[in-house]
Design a protein around this ligand. Structure first.
Ligand SMILES: [Fe+2]
Length: 430
């Protein structure tokens, strides 16, 4: 179903969805009515999100006594490892797959954390390495919504509200509290996850750009209702305040036969993102490429911006066209989905990541600088490129995995070493 944040309605069996009301005395098919609230009851109406589910069993039957389990590679903020240096420009090669069978849960590898999960501010960035489907095993995060950015392999998210098949060049948003199972369609699968502890992702205001371009609402797709009526021993894992808990039940919790509301998962094809940029001179701030933004409460200062650097035409005259040199109060974590990024022709490869933390300088390497400074500035298609950024107002702390196990490039800062002093006090272009 197309639309971002629409009020959807869908039923997998005819007549399962009550009409004109939410809580009839008895629901058709013997279903139970239940509300899933994604915002406070009293949130302003334009931000209020909830979905009414009509299900085989109420969710209290999908939950028993909990026991804590350990998922040692999935960390939550605040997580400051005293043995890890987070200060410094960082870049990683793609995290390779191992022989170990890994599911969505055991294959999640936290790279950075920011903010504090307990007060619902900040985020974490993860790499996932999935080689195995979850079987009779389900998950939800009470801590966060998850923004999933596949880089390799296809995944199927079987959720309470329907099924999402996801492949590279697409993204998915899985709301806080939504139960799902992740299956491998073809693998191995690798990708990036932004775990948003704070206010939900929304579309950025376009300001003078107007009603169109960037990410358009109609290109977001939400699944139709799909349910499982399967009585089989199953586990549900819950992430809650940074800790993992498991409970056993005797059936699939994906038993919503019909639902209506505006709190639902969705996916989006990044190839439908319509970039807007400079058509005469200069290089706008990268916020021009924002796909989604999660507000922090301070106007214009995001808890997280999800920013996309995709194929586009470069036409600016008399302009240094790549991203300029920069130091930022926000911290910038980037990932490469495919192709070559214009500010870093080498070293930042598909599946790789980089981190330019709060107030740490960064910018084009020597090759990019010299190339762009001396280029013949004809109209040029920046082709075969798709990278993204998770940008947050909070500093990002590296996990031990990111600092010691993942393929961190020791020589990344050398990419600026050969930039020489050109100034000699005499005027003129050097
Ligand atoms: Fe930057």
């Amino acid at each position: 179903m197309p639309g971002f944040g629409n009020d959807f309605e869908t039923e997998a069996l005819p007549g399962a969805l009550p009409q004109g009301m939410n809580s009839p005395q008895k629901v058709n098919y013997g279903l139970y009515g239940e509300q899933l609230s994604g915002t406070a009851f009293t949130a302003p109406s334009h931000q209020n999100e909830r979905t009414w589910c009509y299900r085989i069993r109420p969710s209290v039957k999908h939950s028993g006594r909990y026991r804590k389990i350990d998922l040692p590679y999935w960390k939550s903020a605040p997580h400051v490892d005293p043995d890890v240096v987070s200060l410094g420009q960082c870049r990683w090669d793609p995290v390779p797959h191992s022989d170990a069978p890994l599911t969505w849960l055991t294959g999640m590898r936290t790279m950075t954390t920011a903010g504090d999960v307990n007060i619902q501010v900040g985020m974490a960035s993860h790499i996932y390495l999935v080689t195995e489907s979850m079987q009779d095993s389900y998950f939800y995060s009470a801590d966060s919504e998850l923004l999933v950015v596949p880089q390799e392999g296809r995944l199927r998210f079987c959720t309470e509200l329907g099924v999402i098949d996801l492949e590279p060049k697409e993204i998915a948003i899985l709301p806080r509290g939504l139960i799902y199972r992740v299956e491998l369609l073809d693998g191995p699968a690798r990708g990036f996850v932004c775990e948003n502890y704070g206010q939900k992702f929304e579309l950025p205001g376009r300001g003078p750009i107007g009603a169109n371009c960037m990410a358009n609402r109609r290109d977001f797709k939400t699944p139709v209702a799909a349910y499982e009526d399967r009585d089989v021993r199953s586990t549900v894992t819950i992430k809650w305040c940074g800790q993992f808990h498991e409970t056993e039940i005797g059936h699939s919790p994906l038993d919503v036969v019909a639902w209506h509301g505006n709190y639902a998962p969705c996916k989006y094809d990044l190839r439908t993102y319509c970039p807007v940029g400079a058509v005469l001179f200069d290089h706008p701030d990268p916020s021009i490429f924002t796909v989604l933004t999660a507000p922090s409460g301070v106007e214009g200062t995001a808890n997280i911006d999800f920013v996309l650097f995709r194929e586009r035409w470069m036409v600016a005259e008399n302009t240094f066209r790549p991203p300029w040199y920069h130091k930022n109060v926000m911290s910038e974590l980037m990932g490469n989905i495919y192709g070559q990024y214009d500010a870093k022709p080498q070293g930042f490869v598909p599946g790789g990541m980089s981190l330019h933390n709060m107030m740490l300088p960064h910018g084009p390497d020597k090759t990019a600088f010299e190339g762009a400074s001396n280029a013949d500035l004809k109209a040029e298609k920046l082709d075969n490129t798709m990278s993204f950024m998770f940008e947050t107002r909070f500093p990002q702390h590296l996990t031990r995995f990111a600092a010691k196990e993942a393929p961190l490039q020791d020589d990344y800062i050398d990419c600026w070493e050969s930039l020489e002093k050109k100034f000699d006090g005499t005027p003129g272009v050097k």
